[in-house]
Design a protein around this ligand. Structure first.
Ligand SMILES: Nc1nc2c(ncn2[C@@H]2O[C@H](COP(=O)(O)OP(=O)(O)OP(=O)(O)O)[C@@H](O)[C@H]2O)c(=O)[nH]1
Length: 296
């Protein structure tokens, strides 16, 4: 070795010949282009090391292939291109390539009544793999919403009825007096419990698009009471009404999302999980649902 030759340990033979399933780098910072936005992201990039006798992969080649991601809008075709570069730069070493991208998509969401809007952040992961020459893309999206317990609502209504009997059972009814009573804390003696809830959507895609925004809007429409951004009192009142008209157990939320996801042509399969972070008790109510589209 002379002074100009750098030692290349990765090119050496491994002391312990053994293939590995995934080798690469996690948490690489990079910007990506998604839905017309340039977003800060982190990427996990890897390949299988199928040549068990090789000491290591060439990390820098994976890193450099990621350059494409800050130049072009993220699509399945672009992801496939990057994965193919991983494999082309690891000929004889690797058969499979993997890429995971994590970001927070920012969407501007209108208020329910007032002419206001605000930004909402949706944690998103995009996972692509080229495995045995088959290409797969999956999305993971978190959507937060409000859920009001239907059982608690029924129990609260019963208490309001009882209070009504206590206060008016032995009197002739007068419209004015009932109106005043309804507007008082004594009238609505009990309220149902609501909780900030979260839907975790894990979707396997088919087709040429990454329908992140469509899936988020579809999920929020199915759930009915998405968490809000800018809120004035008029919006809060509309939200209270929406919650009152939209009582749901975690099972209800999971079924609604199941139906909404099945309607999207871009969805090949999914696994969804809804978590109602209960205010009634210190543990969560959780429901999951899986589905795979029958081959056409
Ligand atoms: N394979 C491997 N490389 C590592 C690891 N940790 C750090 N590296 C470094 O990653 C750097 C880039 O590796 P390579 O892509 O092989 O770099 P290179 O040999 O200059 O590039 P090529 O000529 O394209 O092979 C090297 O300096 C490695 O030492 C590790 O755990 N495994």
């Amino acid at each position: 070795m002379n002074a100009l030759t750098l030692p290349d340990i990765a090119a050496q033979a491994s002391r312990q010949a053994m293939p590995l399933d995934w080798v690469g780098m996690c948490g690489i910072a990079l910007p990506i282009l998604l839905d017309g936005q340039r977003l800060p992201a982190t990427a996990d990039a890897g390949v299988s090391l199928d040549d068990g006798a090789a000491r290591g992969i060439h990390m820098s080649r994976l890193y450099l292939a990621l350059e494409l991601l800050d130049q072009q809008t993220l699509t399945p075709a672009l992801l496939r291109n990057v994965l193919q570069r991983f494999l082309d730069s690891h000929e004889d070493l690797s058969k499979n390539a993997y890429l995971r991208i994590h970001t927070d998509l920012l969407l501007k969401r209108p208020a329910l009544v007032s002419p206001l809007a605000g930004w909402k952040s949706y944690p998103v992961s995009i996972e692509a793999r080229l495995e045995n020459q088959m290409f797969h893309v999956e999305l993971k999206i978190d959507v937060s919403y409000s859920s009001t317990c239907p059982c608690s609502a029924a129990l609260a209504r019963q208490l309001i009825q009882r209070q009504f009997l206590d206060d008016f059972g032995d009197k002739p009814l007068q419209h004015e007096a009932v109106m005043t009573w309804l507007g008082s804390a004594n009238g609505i003696v009990a309220t149902p419990h609501s909780q900030r809830s979260s839907a975790q959507l894990h979707v396997e895609l088919q087709g040429e698009h990454l329908p992140l925004v469509d899936l988020i809007y579809g999920a929020e429409a199915a759930l009915g009471t998405a968490v809000q951004t800018a809120v004035k009192r008029a919006d809060e009142q509309a939200f209270a009404l929406a919650n009152g008209q939209n009582l749901m157990f975690c099972e209800d939320a999971a079924r609604r999302l199941n139906l909404a996801l099945k309607r999207s042509d871009a969805v090949k399969a999914f696994h969804l999980k809804v978590i109602h972070a209960e205010s009634l008790h210190a543990h969560d109510a959780v429901a999951e649902s899986r589905w795979t589209r029958n081959p056409a």
